[in-house]
Design a binder for this molecule. Structure first.
Ligand SMILES: Cc1cc2nc3c(=O)[nH]c(=O)nc-3n(C[C@H](O)[C@H](O)[C@H](O)COP(=O)(O)OP(=O)(O)OC[C@H]3O[C@@H](n4cnc5c(N)ncnc54)[C@H](O)[C@@H]3O)c2cc1C
Length: 403
């Protein structure tokens, strides 16, 4: 019997939304079923990225998602300031929901089911909470983050989307302002001006602990507002996250790909270990699946992509190991101060996880950044990875102060 649909996409987050857009752009008659357990798609996120993160073939279906764009970004460190000309852009999850659902609605063969939970996923099919089973040529399981129990640092952040009554935001995003006090790890502010009077102001830490100290981080945001003379008219929303920065590959009994079932997005490990971000990789995976449709056997495409991703991720995990084991928390900013002195094309390749061998050498060879201690590295490496009784964080899912 032919399957009910061609692609059954489990989880209506970033990864599967992008796959749906890419496939429908390739072939409007493709039969997709996208199933999301919540009433809206993609939660409450702002995804930001360098424009070079998006492959040019993906532009026609990807660009309608963009909510704001800029042509320069700023980084600020105690001894280094740089404005670099690289296109930067953001997607708000509200516009993501709108574009993805409208695109699916317009197609005659595809469907979106909201508020519908998938209970079980298996090759070529799923079972819904209602008990109904649905078959598909390919199931893409992208149900979001999974717990990582060992061998990881964390990028944790709280951001306020604010409307100002007084003061003007800068015209370009500040993607790292590390001139703030270095507590709990590498700490920086992130300022994303949607307009001169509305923007996202975020406090971020690359920390050893997944504990999200809301009180402390909100205080940091209030300090920035105060220091810049900004008066807030309205707090439109708060977003927060704790993303893994692993130096060890998470153990999983499930393969990333087997015929009829692909684990996509975060739960398949399709993210950048050294930034915690997934948009560039999610975009590549979406474009590759769409390119393969009706053309190349998906097995070959997945084998190629997984090999490339594994090799790039291995190097990014090495960078995490050096950062989290080789530097005291308050010294980690030296690594980024050095990184942002590098050529722009290397920085862009780093963000999209497409480093060349030469880039990799430039990043780890030569004199190490200030603050690196081989003794600290060996001690941390031993305590975290070799001692059997070493304390392990429970999960990368956040433990938090009260909301
Ligand atoms: C606040 C925040 C900001 C971020 N900002 C960036 C950024 O700027 N750039 C970047 O590249 N990355 C960013 N990330 C990291 C990463 O890109 C996101 O986490 C991204 O959303 C991961 O995509 P995903 O599709 O794997 O998972 P998600 O987007 O989390 O989607 C998973 C979806 O599956 C649904 N689901 C789960 N279980 C079921 C079930 N049983 N049945 C049906 N549906 C189910 C969930 O409700 C959810 O909608 C951010 C993360 C957070 C938390």
């Amino acid at each position: 019997m032919p399957p009910d649909v061609d692609y059954l996409l489990v989880g209506g987050g970033l990864q599967n939304g992008l796959i749906a857009l890419a496939l429908l752009n390739r072939n409007p008659d493709v039969r997709i079923l996208l199933v999301e357990k919540e009433s809206r798609l993609a939660g409450d996120h702002t995804w930001s990225f360098h424009q070079t993160d998006v492959p040019s073939a993906a532009r026609p279906w990807f660009d309608p998602l963009i909510s704001a764009r800029w042509d320069k970004v700023v980084v600020r460190f105690p001894h280094h300031f740089r404005t670099y000309s690289s296109g930067y852009a953001s997607i708000l999850s509200s516009s993501f929901d709108e574009v993805v659902s409208k695109t699916i609605d317009r197609s005659s063969q595809s469907q979106l089911k909201r508020s519908c939970e998938v209970k079980e996923v298996f090759p070529h099919g799923v079972r819904l909470a209602s008990g109904e089973t649905i078959s598909a040529s390919l199931v893409v399981d992208s149900r979001g983050p999974i717990a990582q129990h060992r061998g990881t640092g964390y990028q944790k952040f709280i951001g306020w989307d604010v409307e100002l009554a007084e003061g003007l935001l800068p015209t370009s995003p500040t993607i790292m302002d590390a001139t703030v006090a270095q507590r709990d790890g590498y700490r920086f502010l992130y300022i994303l001006p949607f307009t001169r009077t509305r923007g996202l102001i975020e406090d971020t830490v690359f920390s050893d602990s997944p504990h999200l100290s809301r009180t402390d981080m909100r205080q940091s945001i209030m300090n920035v507002l105060h220091d810049h003379g900004y008066q807030v008219r309205r707090l439109l929303r708060e977003e927060s996250g704790v993303l893994p920065m692993p130096w060890v590959l998470p153990r999983s009994k499930d393969p990333v790909y087997q015929p009829g079932l692909l684990r996509g997005g975060y739960c398949g490990g399709w993210f950048h270990p050294a930034t915690g971000y997934s948009l560039p990789i999610a975009c590549r995976l979406a474009q590759a699946i769409a390119d393969a449709h009706d053309r190349e056997p998906i097995d070959q495409v997945m084998a190629r992509l997984m090999k490339e991703h594994a090799s790039q991720s291995r190097f990014a995990r090495l960078l995490n190991r050096l950062l989290f084991s080789g530097f005291a928390p308050e010294e980690r900013y030296h690594v980024f101060e050095r990184f942002y002195r590098m050529p722009l094309d290397l920085i862009e390749r780093f963000y999209r996880l497409e480093l060349t061998k030469g880039d990799q050498q430039s990043l780890v060879c030569g004199r190490p950044p200030r603050g690196f201690s081989f003794r600290t590295f060996l001690r941390n490496h031993f305590v975290r990875n070799i001692l059997p009784s070493s304390p392990k964080p429970a999960s990368f899912l956040p433990s938090q102060d009260s909301a």
